[in-house]
Design a binder for this molecule. Structure first.
Ligand SMILES: [Zn+2]
Length: 285
């Protein structure tokens, strides 16, 4: 299944319409569902005819999706890795063995198998006419990276590949960092422009929003996002991407200063609220 403009029905909300228009422009994001609930994302520069993949842990499916839509002359130039976990990096060996000119780019703060190049916070990568800024966002793993993509045309909204740090309606499990790390990492991401499209690494939206409703039951934006999510999933459609602006309206991990969420967690300082929310979500069924 690919998420693309042609999949969108006419009864879309304004945000979807905006995305659909965007997808018809020079850059395309292909979304490839892989493994049980991961997303690999493929950024295509249609003018420069080059292709970059983020976390393509199932290379056969990713390549099949790409080349069912694009000619073989489109050059695969890079694999970007948000972090070291195998459901994001399991494709590296295949890409390493089959694409001699391909860069496999991982975090310099942790070891990603078969990475041929490492990058860190503030580094800038050029891809066709797109610029990718590397953001170090520890918490899920200590070396986790996010990639912020902008293009010269101001009519294209920026893109964020957030991996397992920011999800639609939630955040990643804190495996290697602290609640404080995750709090500051999420702050970096929410300081990006509100129209930034958030492409995350998993389809976790339904569980995230159901949990969110238990800690902020009076949030109307949250209720309508949950309703939309159920519709999307019933129609075998992805709930990713969202935008930073949307996330700020319903994602409890970005709303740790809201009174209702403080009361639900029994905590007061933003970092303690976030830590408690993460604990509660870990135990949420
Ligand atoms: Zn992970």
């Amino acid at each position: 299944m690919l998420t693309k403009a042609s999949n969108l029905k006419t009864s879309v909300n304004p945000v979807q319409l905006y995305r659909a228009k965007y997808l018809l422009r020079k850059f395309t994001v292909l979304q490839v569902p892989i493994l049980s609930d991961n997303y690999a994302h493929v950024l295509v520069d249609n003018k420069a005819r080059c292709i970059l993949a983020v976390d393509p842990a199932d290379p056969v499916n990713v390549l099949k999706s790409v080349y069912s839509k694009y000619e073989k002359s489109f050059a695969f130039t890079s694999v970007l890795l948000t972090h070291k976990h195998s459901d994001h990096t399991a494709g590296n060996k295949y890409f390493y063995n089959h694409f001699s000119k391909l860069d496999i780019i991982g975090s310099k703060y942790e070891i990603c198998p078969y990475a041929t190049k490492t990058v860190g916070d503030g580094d800038v990568l050029q891809f066709g006419e797109a610029t990718l800024r590397v953001l170090h966002v520890p918490g899920h793993t200590k070396g986790h990276l996010a990639f912020f993509v902008t293009t010269p045309s101001s009519s294209n909204p920026p893109i964020l590949f957030s991996g397992d740090t920011l999800f639609v309606g939630g955040c990643g499990k804190i495996f290697e960092g602290t609640a404080k790390d995750m709090y500051y990492s999420l702050k970096i991401l929410t300081n990006l422009p509100p129209e930034t499209l958030v492409y995350c690494g998993h389809e976790y939206t339904l569980s995230n929003l159901r949990f969110a409703l238990t800690v902020e039951p009076n949030n109307e934006k949250l209720k309508s996002k949950l309703k939309w999510t159920i519709q999307q999933l019933n129609n075998q459609r992805s709930t990713v991407p969202s935008t930073i602006g949307e996330e700020l309206e319903y994602n409890p991990f970005l709303r740790v200063e809201e009174e209702e969420i403080k009361v639900s967690t029994g905590k007061n300082s933003p970092i303690e609220v976030l830590g408690e929310l993460r604990e509660m979500k870990n135990n949420f069924k």
